[in-house]
Design a protein around this ligand. Structure first.
Ligand code: ADP
Length: 491
């Protein structure tokens, strides 16, 4: 690193592309470490080793490090495997425990919160136990979301020595404040944490429960979230999920750093899953071919005058599908076609299945399919993301990269990245609606359709969308500056 210090950064997360992905945090973990390494930092990533991570495909090697962790009177083993992030020198360590991770094909089990907490407590304890043997003494321990936040509680108590007399710092990134990891205080016994030290209002106590998200917020040296707008929103009653006060107390240590997008991974010019690959110059023609192929794939009639709108999403409350349910009848009559790819809450899966059955212009695929998601980003004209709240959002960034105009609710990262074309015709790159209501969504859709009818403007708008600079470099620099600042400030 020229003219600046380089740091050792330990990135701890529960998902990372290409090994295991459920949402946007996996994309971040697959690309931010590489962007930080490109700035001269030494980065390693720590993940659980889930059953779906194919050891042969990803070249997993045993490090020989095996630690026994005592949890609630049981000895549990944690062995450490190693590989690298593809096309990089970034080391990835994977913590193996057959019962908690190896035998599961999913990242989150979601069945029983207590079991879920046990799994990630073992992950945190195991990695802190293993760390001294890895020949990697981090300057920055960067935790991501509640599952990794117990590390912060340990690092302030039983594993304090790993902060090396205060020369290392903890950074905690909130990717989604809604999921907090809350349980009754009996979990502290299994965690091996002394309640008199941590079960306090300045610690992880929250309305009589343990709250791991709060542990991250209170014990980290700095807290970040993945957009500027969300950093402000979470300090308010409406978006704070009960933690707004705790966050407000930490006000001066909260920073918004927007997520970037890996332009190598998401590149329509090299994307092998597409019928026609394209850069800005041939986008209009190629997108038309991709759109035709997508219509065929979804069994939609080839109606060139109708735009195709796409949704690729986890189907959960956050994503705004209650608004779509409200306009279901109108949607069936609008001059557009809608293709949906997603999975999640059964009521939303049912909503889209029913829409697909009952209307001629909506089709849905329930499941998780990265290749199909790429064909949707490429073959659609608009990408719909009406999220009630959205910490950062990658869907809209991928859509822009593929020349597809986002239609979004103006919240969190969506508000930071999508500029409404009616508000600012010279710089707009999509459509956004401010009040979270079905009529505002319907209005945004109608405005988008009006614009679509102005065919002569379209090539420029596609080119403008594709030129939106979402690359990681700027954000990686912001993290790098923040690491430097937090290392200078006494704890
Ligand atoms: P979140 O992290 O809340 O799920 P983001 O917009 O930040 O939302 O990231 C979502 C990521 O997951 C995007 O890369 C999107 O393409 C991908 N994704 C979501 N659902 C699916 C699905 N059913 N199939 C394939 N990819 C999906």
């Amino acid at each position: 690193m020229i003219g600046a210090r380089s740091f050792k950064i330990l990135m701890v997360a529960t998902e990372a592309v290409p090994f295991a992905k459920e949402g946007g945090v996996a994309d971040v973990m697959g690309s931010l470490p590489k962007a930080l390494a490109a700035l001269g930092h030494e980065v390693c990533v720590f993940l659980p080793r889930y059953g779906m991570i194919d050891p042969g495909r990803w070249g997993l090697k045993a490090t020989g490090i095996v630690r026994a962790v005592s949890m609630g009177g049981f000895e549990r083993s944690a062995s450490i495997w190693q590989t690298t992030l593809p096309d990089s020198l970034v080391k990835v360590y994977l913590l193996e425990n057959e019962e908690f991770f190896g035998r599961h094909q999913q990242i989150y089990l979601g069945s029983d919160q207590r079991d879920e907490q046990r799994r990630f407590l073992l992950f945190c304890r195991g990695l802190l136990e293993a760390l001294p043997q890895l020949d990697f003494a981090p300057d920055i321990i960067h935790l991501n979301d509640w599952q990794t936040a117990p590390c912060a509680a340990y690092l302030r108590t039983t594993y304090r020595h790993l902060l090396r007399q205060g020369s290392a710092r903890i950074v905690y990134t909130i990717h989604n404040l809604q999921y907090q990891g809350r349980w009754d205080p009996s979990i502290l016994d299994e965690a091996g944490l002394d309640p008199s030290r941590v079960f306090i209002s300045a610690g992880l106590e929250f309305w009589g429960d343990v709250n791991w998200m709060k542990a991250g917020i209170m014990y980290a040296d700095v807290v970040t979230t993945v957009s500027h707008r969300y950093a402000e929103e979470i300090q308010t009653l409406d978006y704070g999920w009960g933690l707004d006060e705790a966050l407000f107390q930490r006000h001066s240590r909260i920073f918004g750093i927007p997520n970037g997008l890996d332009w190598e991974v998401w590149n329509p010019a090299t994307d092998g899953t597409l019928t026609a690959q394209y850069s800005e110059t041939e986008a209009t023609k190629a997108k038309a071919r991709n759109r035709t192929a997508l219509r065929q794939e979804f069994g939609l009639p080839d109606a060139p005058e109708l735009p195709v709108v796409g949704i690729v999403s986890r189907l959960v409350d956050q994503k705004g599908f209650d608004l779509i349910a409200e306009i279901a009848t109108e949607l069936g009559n609008l001059p557009l076609q809608l293709v949906v790819l997603g999975s999640g809450h059964p009521p939303y899966e049912r909503l889209f299945r029913d829409l697909a059955t009952n209307t001629s212009n909506v089709r849905a695929r329930i499941g998780f399919d990265t290749a199909l998601s790429r064909r949707i980003y490429a073959g659609t004209d608009f990408f719909l993301m009406p999220s009630a709240f959205e910490p950062g959002g990658l869907g809209q960034l991928i859509a822009l990269r593929y020349g597809t105009l986002p239609i979004v609710h103006a919240t969190g990262g969506l508000a930071d990245t999508v500029t409404d074309l009616d508000d600012d015709p010279g710089n707009g790159n999509g459509f956004s609606f401010k009040s979270y209501t079905a009529s505002a969504l319907a209005d945004a859709l109608r405005r988008a359709l009006r614009l679509y009818a102005e065919r002569e403007r379209w090539p420029d708008l596609v080119a403008r969308a594709m030129a939106y600079d979402s690359r990681w470099a700027k954000s990686a620099n912001a993290y790098s500056d923040l690491y430097a600042r937090v290392l200078e400030v006494p704890t």
